[in-house]
Design a binder for this molecule. Structure first.
Ligand SMILES: [Zn+2]
Length: 134
């Protein structure tokens, strides 16, 4: 399992977008495995989205994300409309190196990260159905 907490520079897999000046700051702050959707696929990173308003915690299919944003697209500091019916909240992304691993919020922008600590708790099927749901 790779670490997603590191601050290493470009790794041996050499992401094609590494020299893009617009994302230079991202490359200093984020590990290679999280910098693009394609890199997350290669490193088998698990991704979820969490709504800031209703708390809905959803699995994210990286194939869907590649179709929508391209493999060089990034989910860092990206928010999208919540997929829960009747919610108009904004959802952010989280990543984990694998099943059972820690989840890291993909928000680096202080303005976007603001309020997360006091935000709505994540809501899963277990929240809705109780612990017997598994
Ligand atoms: Zn929501």
């Amino acid at each position: 399992m790779i670490s997603l907490d590191g601050h290493q520079n470009a790794g041996p897999d050499g992401d094609a977008d590494y020299h893009c000046p617009m994302t230079a700051a991202l490359h200093i702050l984020w590990p290679v495995a999280l910098r693009s959707i394609g890199a997350m696929q290669r490193h088998k990173v698990l991704v979820r989205s969490q709504c800031r308003r209703c708390g809905a915690l959803m699995r994210v299919d990286l194939d869907d994300m590649v179709a929508r944003h391209g493999s060089s697209g990034s989910l860092i500091d990206v928010q999208e409309r919540c997929r829960m019916v009747a919610c108009d909240g904004a959802a952010f992304y989280l990543a984990s190196p694998g099943y059972g691993g820690p989840w890291r919020t993909l928000l680096g922008d202080p303005g976007l990260a603001e309020g997360l600590a006091n935000g709505v708790a994540p809501v899963t099927a277990e929240t809705l159905l109780g612990p017997t749901a598994r």
